[in-house]
Design a protein around this ligand. Structure first.
Ligand code: DO4
Ligand code: MG
Length: 285
């Protein structure tokens, strides 16, 4: 089952349930007007199945504007969870290579703050590349949607936009390489009712187009993520509470060649087989 946030003609946010016929059922008629309390419900799938059977107002998916699937959740990200990511980081920086090598095998994962919800962009909005960076890439990542009790209740698609030259210059510049305007995209749906073993059968695909021509096309399997999802969530929630829940990106396993950089107006298309497609155009910020 897939949940979304969408905007009505008066620009008010609603919670929607995507149905088989690509219509979006408006759950607000049943008093469901926010995602976070819904994600706390123990029998979420049963509750949504009950709502799906009701005669609620619905819209065609093609006619609604989807919003990023976050309200007050902080967005965090795990790093160096795929061998491909470790290799890419070690190539980009002699200076930091040992740190990346060590963290891949260390008991404690790399987890960093990525975005406040109001800074997240949704499907169809522009993602940013920094004006002061010459080497920028998207990072297509499976994102865990976690409730306030630390339970992984769903999955969405994330783009951890990154400036590789700033990150490679010095590890201490990581927040500047990762956090800036429009540096995080999420959406369009939250897939719920799926076990980790099912999510591990999914594929993460990245396609970048420039003036109508595909300039990068690559993919990986979620199965290549080294750490169990529960371990990543458990570290995030250690000594830290998230009363509204949190979103945790799980790291990238698709990295374009080292001579590739994004340019303004490129289109970034991330597909995760069990969720859908997140597409954004690139803009300099
Ligand atoms: O420390 C570097 C960031 C790693 C990352 O974002 C990833 O592996 O996806
Ligand atoms: Mg990343």
């Amino acid at each position: 089952m897939k949940l979304c946030r969408f905007e009505d003609p008066r620009r008010l946010a609603h919670i929607g349930l995507l149905l088989e016929d690509d219509s979006v059922l408006d759950l607000s008629a049943e008093g469901v007007d926010r995602l976070s309390p819904l994600l706390e419900v123990d029998e979420l799938v049963g509750q949504l199945a009950g709502l799906a059977g009701k005669n609620l107002p619905s819209y065609k998916l093609s006619e609604v504007r989807l919003l990023p699937p976050v309200e007050r959740q902080e967005v965090w990200a795990a790093g160096v969870t795929y061998l491909r990511s470790k290799k890419a980081r070690m190539e980009e920086s002699d200076f930091s290579a040992t740190a990346y090598d060590r963290v891949y095998d260390a008991p404690r994962p790399e987890i960093f703050f990525k975005a406040l919800p109001e800074k997240v962009v949704g499907a169809g909005e522009a993602v940013g590349i920094r004006k002061d960076s010459k080497w920028n890439v998207p990072e297509p990542e499976l994102a865990l949607v976690i409730n306030s009790r630390g339970q992984i209740v769903g999955y969405t698609i994330g783009n951890d936009m990154s400036s590789r030259d700033i990150e490679g210059e010095n590890l201490l510049y990581l927040p500047q390489a990762k956090i800036y305007n429009r540096s995080c995209a999420l959406g369009p749906f939250i897939r719920v009712g799926v076990s980790e073993s099912e999510a591990r059968t999914w594929t993460v695909a990245l396609r970048i187009s420039r003036e109508g021509v595909v300039v990068f096309d690559g993919q990986t399997s979620v199965a290549n993520i080294k750490r169990p999802f529960g371990e990543l969530a458990e570290y995030l929630f250690r000594s830290q509470s998230f009363p509204h829940g949190a979103v945790l990106l799980t790291g990238t396993g698709v990295v374009p060649a080292n001579d590739f950089t994004l340019l303004p107006k490129d289109f970034v298309r991330i597909g995760i087989s069990g969720i859908g497609v997140l597409e954004n155009q690139v803009e300099e910020v």
